[in-house]
Design a protein around this ligand. Structure first.
Ligand code: PLP
Length: 367
């Protein structure tokens, strides 16, 4: 049995008739950039998150850049984040002229460790970027308390955490701003690149609307030097079709993750956990093992799509090594990077498929 890491085809097949109709409608309208679908998606996603403002943009990386800039991150500032994330998190900090400072992660949840963050604060610290990695919300209670004590802005990287919740509030809506990616493989995925920023701050919203569209205040007037980071109509229309199903699909991911956890825990394997305050979006289904690379290879040979998120932490990446303390400086992050394996997970997964993945995994893996 061959099992993909994720099955985008299944979701698109079920949406195909509606998708064909809306695409034909967009072609007829000849409105391709930032039109009625973008406007409607912004309103619908804001309602889904119970948040005041959503601004659509070109991708999750530009969402981070727009948000960091809008909350006041400037050249010379330090921004504390995690090294256990996709490189875009730190790229956006660098794009603002600021310096990423990497804190360690919690060994159980793999999210940003508030104690490690506290130890890295300096007078130059301007903002925190918690990443809800795998779709697991960070301890936002502790991180927001730190931010308030020290006057820091908080931009949540919720690229993997659409509709995840922390103490009843949606991931991305707790800090000054939150950012989403709609890269096709994310829990809410477009048919190309797209992203969004969510915020409760009207000043942040206004700033992002202007910067994403060439600093415009009207068609031919440019108040500031902006950029082109707009969302297009096709992406917004696809997202509008998928959004109403998202909560249900996340629930299926949680069920599948629980199935995996039961069977793997019985064999002595640990999956990252979270406390009762968190409802994760389970973007990734991660398990730890001692011989990760061997297991990855064996699964591949057996036709099972697995992945590693992420094998090289950012402070050890060639592009960012000069920023961090080198090998040994983030012991939990470094240990986790060597042990994590992401198993196939997607809403349409069957019990038979989960059973096949578990037995292929258990045949080679050591805890
Ligand atoms: C996907 C992702 C991004 C970047 O999003 P793009 O849409 O690919 O630019 C940023 N942060 C994290 C944690 C991600 O998983």
């Amino acid at each position: 049995m061959s099992i993909p890491f994720l099955d985008l085809g299944a979701e698109f097949a079920s949406l195909r008739p509606e998708l064909d109709a809306v695409l034909a409608d967009i072609i007829d309208s000849l409105q391709f950039i930032q039109g009625r679908h973008v406007k409607a998606f912004e309103a619908e996603f804001a309602a889904a998150l119970s948040a005041p403002f959503v601004v659509g943009c070109s991708n999750g990386t530009s969402a981070l850049e727009l948000a960091l800039e809008a909350v006041g991150v400037q050249p010379g500032d330090e921004v504390i984040t995690t090294a256990h994330t996709f490189i875009a998190t730190a790229e956006a900090i660098v794009a603002c002229g600021a310096t990423p400072v990497f804190a360690d992660i919690d060994p159980l949840s793999h999210t940003l460790c508030p104690k490690s963050v506290a130890a890295l604060l300096t007078p130059r610290t301007r903002a925190l970027v918690p990443v809800h990695i795998y779709g697991t919300p960070c301890d936002m209670t502790a991180l927001m308390a730190l931010a308030q004590q020290h006057g820091l802005a908080v931009v949540e990287d919720a690229a993997q955490a659409h509709l995840a919740r922390w103490e009843g509030r949606y991931a991305g809506t707790i800090g000054d701003a939150g950012t989403f990616s709609f890269y096709p493989g994310k829990n809410l995925g477009a048919m190309g690149d797209a992203g969004a920023v969510v915020t409760g701050r009207a000043d942040v919203e206004a700033s992002i609307r202007r910067v994403r569209d060439h600093g415009r205040s009207s068609k031919y007037l440019h108040e500031i030097v902006g950029r082109n980071e707009r969302m297009d109509e096709i992406q917004a229309a696809v997202l509008r079709l998928k959004l109403p199903r998202l909560e249900q699909r996340n629930a299926l991911r949680r069920q599948h993750r629980d199935q995996y956890r039961q069977r793997l825990a019985a064999a002595g394997f640990q999956m990252p956990s979270h406390d009762d305050r968190a409802v994760p979006a389970v973007h990734l289904c991660v398990v730890e093992c001692a011989n990760r690379d061997e297991v990855l290879e064996a699964l591949k040979v057996g036709g099972i799509g697995a992945g590693v998120h992420y094998p090289v932490p950012l402070h050890l990446q060639p592009a960012m090594r000069h920023l961090g303390g080198g090998e040994g400086s983030l012991p939990v992050t470094e240990r986790v990077a060597q042990r994590v394996l992401s198993l196939p997970i997607f809403p349409e997964m069957t019990d038979e498929q989960i059973t096949a993945v578990v037995s292929a995994f258990l045949a080679v893996a050591r805890p």
